[in-house]
Write a protein that binds this ligand. Structure first.
Ligand code: HPA
Length: 268
């Protein structure tokens, strides 16, 4: 899968990064920290979907971060844009085809657990995927992965240790929890947040889980980090807006950039 596209990228980019970072809403500022950055627009690669969401660029950024070769996905697509789950995970599969084996998925999320506060970072320990269609539905490409992938370690324990150590190194009190993905684009109702809380979700958003499923399926190690951009509906008596989510993400930009850089530096 994506052999042609991977070959085309290899011809344009001399580096062969093994680490990728997917940047969530409002978190694209990390691009400015990449040295020797070389960008490839998704629109220039046939078969990749192009983001329509506000604040999502649509490009791969290759270069060096924390002394390592990396590729950033600056912008992602979402189910609510009308893309199929398979389209949403296409860039993840392309990254695998170019040799990436470790991926850090990030997002701006709503905090459900009352121990979380706006501006916190939550390391994703596990996820709830039941409210979104699986990207693995349909015929299985055995060259990518098995028909029935195990999901008991969807978020690599080894990477979780590195995330915690990295946060400690730079003085960030990182939280941990379970992330649930819903399709959106509407925010949840208070009843839905109560239900998600009862199911064990600590944060909620409109991305990440199906990417994690696809990345696990094709054999990547996955880490996940939510930036808590707002408390979820009904947790505080405050209406939600997409603009507020982006603004909160922007306010945490410096910490986010330092955290991701430190994680990348520490990845073995
Ligand atoms: N709900 C769903 N998605 C989100 C939220 C939220 O509260 N905040 C940021 N993305």
């Amino acid at each position: 899968m994506f052999t042609q596209e991977a070959k085309a990228i290899a011809e344009m980019i001399p580096s062969r990064p093994k680490i990728a970072v997917v940047l969530g809403s409002g978190l694209g500022g990390l691009v400015s920290k990449v040295q020797d950055a070389k960008c490839i627009s998704y629109s220039g690669i046939k078969s990749l979907p192009v983001p329509t969401a506000p604040s999502h660029n649509g490009r791969f950024v290759f270069g060096k971060l924390g002394g390592r070769d990396i590729v950033l996905m600056d912008g992602r697509v979402h189910l609510y844009e009308g893309y199929t789950p398979q389209q949403v995970v296409a860039p993840i599969r392309l990254l695998r085809a170019i040799g990436v084996d470790t991926i850090i998925l990030t997002n701006a999320a709503g905090g459900i657990n009352k121990n979380l506060s706006v501006g916190d970072f939550m390391m994703i320990e596990d996820h709830i995927s039941m409210f979104v269609p699986s990207p693995l539905i349909g015929s299985n490409d055995e060259s990518l992965g098995t028909r029935f992938p195990d999901m008991s370690n969807a978020y690599s324990k080894e990477l979780q240790r590195i995330v915690i150590k990295s946060a400690m190194n730079i003085g960030i009190d990182i939280k941990r929890g379970v992330y649930a993905q819903l399709t959106g684009p509407q925010f949840e109702t208070p009843a839905e947040i109560k239900a998600l809380s009862a199911l064990g979700a600590d944060s909620v958003g409109m991305s990440t889980v199906i990417e994690s499923i696809a990345a696990n399926h094709c054999g990547m190690r996955v880490a996940g980090i939510s930036m808590i951009a707002n408390m979820a509906c009904g947790i505080l008596d405050k209406p939600l807006s997409g603009e507020d989510v982006n603004e909160a993400a922007g306010q945490s930009a410096n910490e986010f950039q330092a955290l991701i850089t430190e994680i990348v530096r520490n990845i073995e």
